[in-house]
Design a binder for this molecule. Structure first.
Ligand code: GLN
Length: 480
């Protein structure tokens, strides 16, 4: 069976009878088996997916199939899916099964999506390389000695290797965009609150968003359209009307565009710069005026992000105490030592480090100096970002300063945190951002281009991405 890059192609072939959903799922299952060593899937729902496929084939015949008939989707291991395992790739959730389905996933199930399995990630979505999963490291299909990015690395690896058509990930500070860039696919982080977080394992609640990893902008638009919108189970979700993103992928009017000066700064790999500049040149040839802008709070992005997210994580993760969920240490006698030992043994090193950092910045005596101050800086970051977006509709930046790095390359946390420099701005500001393929480096490793837009401007963002991707002759994933 051919490799598909978009649901439109699949639905065309389903309509003409060239393929069936059952055949489609079988061929994805074969590929998953073939590429098992990538370690992308924690669990594959073989029988369930086949049954679902058969049911959808019948619905297609009756003309009752939903809008996602033929969409074969993977789920990052942080999304609740009733009666299915959920571990957040952590030992502390050992043996835990979801008791309900997250609202976003349910909306897709209602449209006949086929969920093919559950995908690994960095433990509790904390990381940039998918190396901290309890299930072991995940490989980048473009170079198996390299990381797929993180934390939704396995989801990006799976989409790039054609093990599923798209995946749902979560993006708190870049976890959908950066792995998409490293694997040569598309990664969309919507505006904060656009999609309900009900059933998404919390990392840093004021940053967390569900995002899409796909092989085409169309699929990202359609999945967003179906997941976004109000939800009785999440009081923070936006009540704003959901536009028909998938039907509005043509640019109505050329948007105003600027790029951030840091894109060409120190530490950005030469080939990443070169490809970035090439895209700017193409835009100029198309008649765009592309201006350079400076962001004065650049140095404050990472400290602010890591103070606030660790603070929120330390609070969110306090619920995992060995009592209510998953893992409990065997070797305990008293209640307090049970808590301590379960948490010490259940959480990995990076997660423990963040819980301690977060507890520190929230503790009496340090709260004002760190947490409260970081909140104020966050506001300044948002204000300055929004001021830029009031002047320019699209802000361009590479998704990451480098292409996929080697497994084990970043041994200390700080050097790993530094790799998030370009993605955390959109998360701090709560704005939508997308990563699209922007060519490859000399070793044929994918490079990502990031586009940011004002809050709730996903329609424009997606249309411009589609246009830009086709300008780069890459409106689909980079072939393996
Ligand atoms: N790498 C970032 C972090 O570790 C982002 C993770 C994410 O978006 N979930 O926090």
């Amino acid at each position: 069976m051919r490799n598909y890059d978009s649901l439109i192609d699949i639905q065309g072939d389903l309509a003409s009878g060239t393929i069936s959903c059952e055949g489609l799922v079988k061929s994805y299952l074969e590929r998953i088996e073939e590429k098992k060593h990538l370690n992308a899937f924690i669990e594959v729902y073989e029988q369930e997916a086949l049954l679902q496929a058969k049911a959808i084939d019948r619905k297609l015949q009756d003309g009752t199939a939903g809008r996602l008939a033929g969409m074969v989707l993977g789920l990052k291991d942080v999304l609740c899916h009733k009666d299915h395992g959920l571990q957040a790739s952590s030992k502390i959730l050992d043996g835990f099964k979801s008791q309900f389905t997250s609202s976003a996933v349910q909306k897709l199930i209602d449209e006949d999506v086929i969920i093919i399995g559950r995908q690994s990630c960095d433990e509790f979505a904390m990381g940039s390389s998918n190396e901290t999963s309890i299930y072991g490291k995940v490989l980048n299909p473009h170079d198996e000695e390299r990381v797929p990015g993180g934390s939704s690395g396995a989801s990006a690896s799976a989409v790039a290797a054609n093990l599923c058509l798209a995946s749902l990930g979560s993006d708190t500070g870049g976890s959908v965009r950066q792995p998409a860039a490293f694997c040569g696919v598309i990664g969309l982080k919507p505006t904060y609150s656009r999609i309900s977080r009900y059933g998404l394992t919390a990392y840093a609640s004021s940053f967390d968003t569900i995002g899409v990893i796909s092989r085409s902008v169309e699929d990202a638009a359609l999945l967003l359209e179906l997941m976004a919108g109000k939800d009785d189970f999440d009081s923070t979700v936006s009540q704003k009307e959901v536009p028909a993103y998938s039907q509005s992928l043509k640019i109505e009017q050329k948007p105003t565009v600027a790029y951030l000066k840091s894109a060409l700064g120190e530490g950005v790999e030469p080939k990443v710069k070169e490809q970035f500049l090439a895209t700017l040149t193409r835009l100029k040839e198309e008649g765009y005026q592309v201006e350079e802008v400076e962001f004065s709070l650049l140095d404050h992005l990472l400290p602010t992000y890591y103070i606030l997210t660790t603070a929120e994580a330390s609070s969110n993760l306090s619920r995992f105490d060995g009592v209510k969920y998953g893992y409990r240490s065997e070797s305990t006698e008293a209640l307090e030592s049970m808590y301590k030992k379960s948490r010490f043994e259940g959480f990995g090193e990076e997660v423990r480090k963040r819980i301690m950092l977060g507890t520190f910045v929230l503790s009496a005596g340090y709260f004002d100096a760190y947490y409260a101050k970081a909140q104020k800086v966050r506001r300044l970051i948002r204000d300055e970002t929004l001021a830029l977006l009031a002047k320019y509709e699209m802000l361009l930046l590479p998704t990451s300063a480098s292409t996929a790095f080697k497994i084990g390359e970043h041994q200390d946390s700080l050097s790993m945190y530094m790799t998030d420099l370009f993605t955390v701005q959109a998360s701090l500001a709560g704005i939508p951002a997308i990563s699209i393929p922007n060519g490859v480096d000399d070793a044929k490793l994918p490079i990502g281009l990031q586009i940011m837009a004002a809050p709730f401007e996903e329609t424009k963002l997606l249309a411009f991405s589609k246009y830009l991707a086709s300008l780069n002759k890459m409106d689909v994933a980079i072939p393996l």
